[in-house]
Design a protein around this ligand. Structure first.
Ligand SMILES: [Mg+2]
Length: 146
């Protein structure tokens, strides 16, 4: 059995992490503080994208696929709840997995596909990620959030 779905990214797509971005632009980058739950929960909602997700979920199951590590699982769900992001499932990067986002997300989409999910739409703000998803999954419409 296969089930259609829509996959959306979190950071930079529905969540604006600009307020903590400087922490990883420093040398050395401060990943610990950048990823601290009390910082992450303060991400600003990107309202038009959240409205879009709300509309899309009327006809499809929405899966959030994020490069955030699983340590932020509860924080991310709490953020979805606070901002009423209509996500059904959350797929996260394993803790201690430091692969580049395109590599992690390509494998995650392959895994979802193998389990019967059939994404119709894939929305992400990272061009390099779209560049690996689009050729392998030509039936998936890839959209970039600018
Ligand atoms: Mg992103």
């Amino acid at each position: 059995m296969t089930v259609p779905c829509i996959i959306i990214d979190v950071d930079g797509t529905v969540a604006d992490n600009e307020h903590r971005a400087h922490l990883i632009q420093s040398d050395p980058p401060d990943w610990g503080t950048f990823s601290a739950p009390d910082r992450v929960i303060l991400d600003a909602p990107i309202a038009p994208m959240i409205d879009l997700v709300r509309t899309l979920r009327q006809d499809a199951i929405v899966i959030a696929l994020t490069g955030r590590q699983r340590a932020l699982y509860h924080t991310t769900w709490e953020w979805f709840r606070q901002h009423r992001v209509a996500v059904a499932y959350l797929v996260m990067r394993p803790d201690n997995d430091y692969r580049p986002a395109p590599e992690f997300k390509l494998e995650a989409v392959r895994d979802l596909w193998d389990r019967g999910w059939r994404p119709t739409l894939f929305i992400d703000d990272h061009q390099a990620t779209l560049d690996v998803i689009a050729p392998e999954f030509p039936s998936v419409q890839c959209l970039r959030k600018m």
